[in-house]
Design a protein around this ligand. Structure first.
Ligand code: GRF
Length: 198
């Protein structure tokens, strides 16, 4: 059994998929907390349903960058975790957090990195660019988080076909389904590699 925390900003479907795998025993882990930078996001409601403690830490609650970083580190020291999982977290992770958990922060990105990653490649922008460039395939990537956005070591990917006439929304939905299958399995494999579980 290992523990993880999650950071999210949006609907939280990846967060929910992880909690379901914890609940059915496939992911032998405990979710210690959720951090959001948007108190109204869907992930907060999901955390409530699953009884996960939630912390809202943002530029609103902590206008000074140093205070913001201290608040994040404070959650980690009160709720120590083996892994920190980004699930649609829309803010750059501060270096102080990356240094506190070296090689222990994972992210899921909705394209086949190293393509379509980095600054500006978030949300529908990613899928729009993939379609405009007539890519034949796209799909989710799980990778380690470093100080360079979307550049950390790739742990796993799932190719997903881009279909003729796909809208960005249709492609996003097809990829999201695969995200839900890929993330928990990759987390489990990575936890084994780190010897957090046998
Ligand atoms: C996903 O597409 C993920 O790849 C990206 O943000 C989105 C989050 O979706 N990083 P959800 O909030 O988990 O539904």
């Amino acid at each position: 059994m290992f523990s993880f925390g999650v950071m999210a900003s949006g609907g939280g479907s990846n967060f929910k998929a992880l909690l379901e795998k914890v609940q059915d025993g496939s992911l032998r882990a405990k979710c210690a907390f959720l951090i959001v930078n948007n108190g109204d996001c869907g992930a907060v409601q999901i955390a409530k349903e699953f009884g996960v403690p939630t912390f809202h830490i943002s530029g609103k609650t902590h206008p000074e960058q140093l205070e913001y970083e201290e608040a994040l580190l404070g959650v980690l020291s009160n709720h120590p975790v083996d892994l920190l999982l980004l699930a649609g977290y829309m803010k750059k992770i501060p270096d102080s957090l990356i240094q506190a958990l070296p090689e222990r922060i994972l992210n899921i990105h909705p394209a086949l990195l190293p393509k379509y990653g980095g600054k500006g490649f978030w949300g529908m922008n990613v899928h729009r660019a993939v379609i405009e460039n007539h890519e034949k395939q796209s799909g989710p990537t799980v990778h380690l988080v470093t100080s360079e956005i979307d550049k950390g070591r790739i742990l796993a990917q799932t190719p997903v076909p881009v279909l003729e006439g796909d809208s960005p929304e249709e492609l996003a939905a097809r990829i999201l389904q695969q995200e839900h299958r890929l993330y928990w399995k990759t987390i489990l494999d990575y936890a084994k590699t780190l010897k957090l579980i046998p």
